[in-house]
Ligand binder design. Structure first.
Ligand SMILES: [Fe+2]
Length: 270
C-alpha cells in the first residue's frame, strides 16, 4: 500500500472551495470563511480545521451530521451555503456525485498528493484517507500469520468468526470487492461459507467483534484498521485496551491482490 499525504490533501481542498464560492452565479460565502458539511466526527476533524485556520486565517464553519447531508445540499440547491462535503466510504462519494451536488476540480497539488485510484476520474470527489478492512486474530488461539478473505469461508473456521452485519456499508464494500474479484456465483457461495462459519448472529460494531475474540466467543473478527488505535488509546473505556491486546492484525491477501481498503473523502459543492 502506497502512502499519501492526507493532511496536505485535506487542507488543499478548502482554499479551492473558497475560490469557487466567489465565482459568478454562486452564492457567496463570507470572505475568509468556508462552509463545510461533515459526516466525519468532530473529534477527528476539528483539529485539522484549527490547523488550517491558523495557517491561512480562513474561518471554517461546520455542520456535523450522521445522515442526510447529501440530500440536504441537493434540497438547498442553488441556495446551499455548502462549500465542501466530507464523508466516509466511496459509496457515499459516488452517491454525492450521482446526486449532482459536486463540481469538477482540477488541481495539480491534489493530483500529485492523491493517487488516481483514490479519486474520481472527472475530478468530482477526492479520497483523503484510507482504511483497510482486516482480520483481528486471537493471539492465543490463531497460529497462521497469513490469511485471505477467501479463507473466511473455509470450514476450518466453523463457529470461529465474528463480524458485524453484512448489510453495514463496510461489509457491503468488502463484498463488492469480492464480486469484482470473483464474480456473482462464486461470491454467493463464499458468503454462504462465511455465514456458516459465524460464531454468533452479527450484532454490534467492529470493536464488539474484537471483544468477542477477547471473550473467547470467536477466534477471528473482521474490522477496520483504525479501531486498533482507537481501542488502545481509549482511556474512557480502558477495558477496550484488553480487547485490542488480545489480538494480532492480519492484512488479508497480501500475497495476491492486496487488502481491501475503503476511503474517506471530500468534494466541492457545485
Ligand atoms: Fe468506523
Amino acid at each position: 500500500m502506497r502512502s499519501f499525504s492526507t493532511r496536505v490533501a485535506a487542507l488543499a481542498l478548502l482554499p479551492l472551495a473558497l475560490a469557487v464560492a466567489h465565482a459568478p452565479g454562486v452564492k457567496a460565502t463570507e470572505a475568509n470563511e468556508v462552509n463545510v458539511y461533515s459526516y466525519r466526527q468532530p473529534y477527528l476533524i476539528t483539529p485539522l480545521f484549527k490547523a488550517f485556520t491558523e495557517q491561512t486565517g480562513i474561518k471554517v464553519n461546520v455542520i456535523f451530521a450522521e445522515k442526510g447531508l447529501i440530500e440536504r445540499i441537493a434540497a438547498e440547491g442553488r441556495n446551499s451555503p455548502a462549500d465542501v462535503l466530507l464523508t466516509v466510504d466511496v459509496g457515499n462519494l459516488m452517491q454525492a456525485k450521482d446526486a449532482g451536488i459536486g463540481q469538477a476540480i482540477h488541481s495539480a497539488p491534489l493530483e500529485a498528493a492523491i493517487p488516481q485510484a483514490y479519486r474520481d476520474d472527472g475530478g468530482i470527489w477526492w479520497g483523503l484517507t484510507r482504511r483497510a478492512r482486516v482480520v483481528y486474530a486471537s493471539k492465543e488461539r490463531v497460529k497462521p500469520d497469513r490469511i485471505t478473505y477467501e479463507d473466511l469461508a473455509d470450514p476450518k473456521w466453523r463457529g470461529k468468526i465474528c463480524i458485524r452485519s453484512g448489510q453495514h456499508v463496510y461489509n457491503v464494500a468488502l463484498i463488492a470487492s469480492m464480486l469484482a474479484a470473483h464474480g456473482k456465483d462464486w461470491t454467493e457461495t463464499w458468503l454462504k461459507g462465511v455465514k456458516a462459519n459465524l460464531a454468533r448472529k452479527p450484532a454490534g460494531d467492529d470493536r464488539l467483534q474484537v471483544k468477542g475474540v477477547y471473550a473467547g466467543e470467536c477466534d477471528i473478527a473482521v474490522g477496520n484498521t483504525y479501531y486498533m488505535g482507537a481501542m488502545l488509546q481509549n482511556d474512557k473505556e480502558p477495558e477496550q485496551k484488553d480487547w485490542a491486546n488480545s489480538v494480532n492484525i492480519l492484512f488479508p491477501n497480501t500475497g495476491d491482490r492486496g487488502t481491501h481498503v475503503n476511503i474517506s473523502g471530500a468534494l466541492v459543492a457545485k
